[in-house]
Design a protein around this ligand. Structure first.
Ligand code: GLP
Length: 244
């Protein structure tokens, strides 16, 4: 879906989420959302906060699982995804704290494997992801599934790509301060979601979007695996669509 701009696209994705939350709350059933960080979903989160504040939308029956977290950061670190999600969304809506799930970047190394298996189990026990929101990195990563990730990969510890760390350097105090590892849901975890919405804005994403949509699905470009999903939609602005 090629939209005029990020505002229009974010509005459409927000509408889908808001409608599902309302429908499920009438049935007294939970909604399970897979959430992403980065600048791309900021307008979506603003719109959800507005729906809570002005339209009486309650998030009491919403359960969230975030895609990823930098490894080795304290929760209160200014660049942790835990902090980002609380600042940009959770602190402004009525979601119960126990419904919020984010990979924990503080787990000791020898416990990471078991921790990741348990994250998968928690998603399953919640009933699976109804909607997964995604951005895309310039390496073609979704979550932190860098090139080389397999189609059936699950939640695990990964090593960040050089380009990803370079792009993140603007948020940290230079590239050296960017963590080398992260915990991320896998491609397999993401592909199990009922619906997937990937969003991308601006010229800087145009090349990777055209490859993700038009190249054969390949681990060299993890977002291309989304072509294998039966219900994945890219919401992009005109600039990001310019190389399609
Ligand atoms: C990080 C996140 C991704 C996100 C990407 C793009 O690498 N782990 O989930 O999609 O950044 O960020 P932005 O939306 O700021 O372009």
């Amino acid at each position: 879906v090629i939209c005029r701009d990020a505002v229009e696209a974010s509005e459409q994705v927000a509408r889908e989420i808001i409608d599902l939350i309302r429908k499920r709350s009438e049935e007294s059933k939970p909604v399970v959302l897979g959430l992403a960080t980065g600048s791309t979903p900021l307008l979506l989160y603003k719109r959800l906060i507005q729906a809570h504040r002005d339209e009486g939308l309650s998030f009491k029956n919403v359960i969230t699982f975030n895609l990823d977290e930098y490894y080795g950061l304290e929760r209160e670190h200014p660049e942790s995804y835990w902090k980002f999600m609380h600042d940009q969304l959770f602190d402004h809506i009525d979601i119960p704290a126990e419904n919020i799930n984010l990979p924990d970047g503080r787990v000791p190394r020898d416990e990471v494997f078991a921790y990741c298996q348990n994250y998968e189990k928690q998603i399953e026990e919640a009933g699976g992801l109804d909607i997964q929101i995604l951005g895309i990195g310039r390496t073609g990563h979704i979550g932190f599934n860098e090139p080389g990730s397999s189609e059936d990969s699950l939640t695990r510890m990964v090593t960040l790509d050089h380009l990803t760390r370079k792009d993140a350097a603007r948020d940290f105090q230079g590239e050296n301060a960017v963590p080398r590892n992260a915990i991320t849901m896998g491609i397999g975890t993401i592909l199990k979601a009922e619906k997937i919405y990937l969003m991308a804005w601006g010229q800087a994403k145009a090349e990777i979007i055209s490859k993700a949509v038009e190249a054969e699905p390949t681990g060299v470009l993890p977002a291309s695996f989304l072509q294998l999903h039966k219900n994945a939609t890219f919401y992009i602005d005109r600039a990001a669509a310019s190389e399609l």
